[in-house]
Design a protein around this ligand. Structure first.
Ligand SMILES: [Zn+2]
Length: 313
């Protein structure tokens, strides 16, 4: 596989001003200042898109960040969202029941893995469009008929944000709002990272430079590392999640420790966490597994899972 993406400056190329016609069905963004930041970055991104040559991030074909063939493969990989929580050890209780239902758009492999990696590094607009549509399919599958659900993105660490210049999950959600792909949903940027207690920090030696970062950590190490690392935002510009049904949005589901921590922080703020959605899951269920046919986590008969405490191990 040829990797031909070129490193770009830390701007967000996905932030073009919205088309006037898209406004009618747009969802809402709970933090109005974010829209201002979108518009400020848009001009620079437009110029960059004109001068930066791009090749397909999957096969290296020239002239497009994702060629037509790889784009079709990506769509096939994300056509049928599936339930992935029972393959995420941090989300499984000692009795084998799931602590939180999670719907993934696709398995973390082939074109989906390659596109996610490249998008998280460089934020290509073409990839954002394709990945956002995959995310939208999973969100709709997860929400079922549920109304008034707030989508809460998992927060990016400030170190990751400084390195990339954008938050991949926030960018995908903004794109879906602009395109009118998630009518009826609200995006609530309700979580922020905190500095965890020193005793729970786990050194990242040998892990930091791997593709995907935390994917190299063991389940226990990752759980300890993220526990207590998030809390609900508080302040005049912060969305309130108390009493609201929420679905957590993340990019890649691995052990589930990040999603479990987000659920803990949201529930501590009074939110009704009905489930989570990831663009990709590193451990998809076997094709014969029954959970693959019932992805809804917040529709009729779904609703909030029992309010069990999140496991540390
Ligand atoms: Zn290609």
């Amino acid at each position: 596989m040829k990797h031909t993406t070129r490193r770009r400056p830390a701007t967000d190329p996905d932030l073009a001003p919205p088309a006037p016609a898209a406004a009618r069905h747009r969802g809402s963004y709970d933090r109005p200042l974010a829209r201002l930041a979108d518009l400020t970055a848009a001009a620079a991104a437009e110029v960059l898109a004109l001068v930066m040559p791009v090749d397909c991030v999957c096969c290296g074909a020239e002239d497009a960040a994702l060629c037509g063939v790889c784009s079709r493969r990506l769509r096939l990989l994300t056509l049928r969202p599936f339930r992935a929580e029972l393959q995420a050890p941090a989300l499984v209780d000692v009795d084998g029941s799931a602590l939180l239902p999670v719907v993934a758009a696709g398995a973390y492999r082939a074109e989906l893995a390659q596109c996610l990696l490249s998008f998280k590094s460089h934020g290509q607009s073409r990839l954002a469009g394709e990945l956002a549509q995959a995310l939208a399919r999973a969100v709709h599958a997860a929400a079922g008929q549920a109304q008034g659900v707030a989508l809460v993105p998992v927060p990016t660490s400030s170190a990751a944000f400084r390195k990339r210049g954008f938050s991949p999950v926030h960018l995908l959600l903004r794109r879906l709002l602009r395109a009118g792909s998630i009518p009826g949903f609200t995006v609530a940027d309700a979580l922020r990272k905190t500095v965890p207690p020193a005793r729970s920090r786990v050194p990242l030696t040998g892990v930091r430079d791997q593709p995907g970062g935390q994917k190299g950590l063991s389940r226990g190490a990752r759980s300890r590392r993220v526990r207590g690392s998030m809390r609900a935002r508080a302040g005049p510009w912060s969305p309130s999640v108390a009493g609201r049904p929420c679905i957590i949005i993340d990019d890649v589901l691995t052990t589930g420790a990040t999603v479990a921590e987000a659920a803990r922080a949201l529930r501590a703020a009074g939110a009704l966490v009905t489930g989570a959605v990831a663009v990709a899951a590193t451990r998809p269920p076997a094709p014969s597994d029954g959970q693959a046919v019932s992805p809804a986590v917040a529709g009729p008969g779904g609703g909030e899972q029992k309010n069990k405490p999140e496991k540390d191990e």
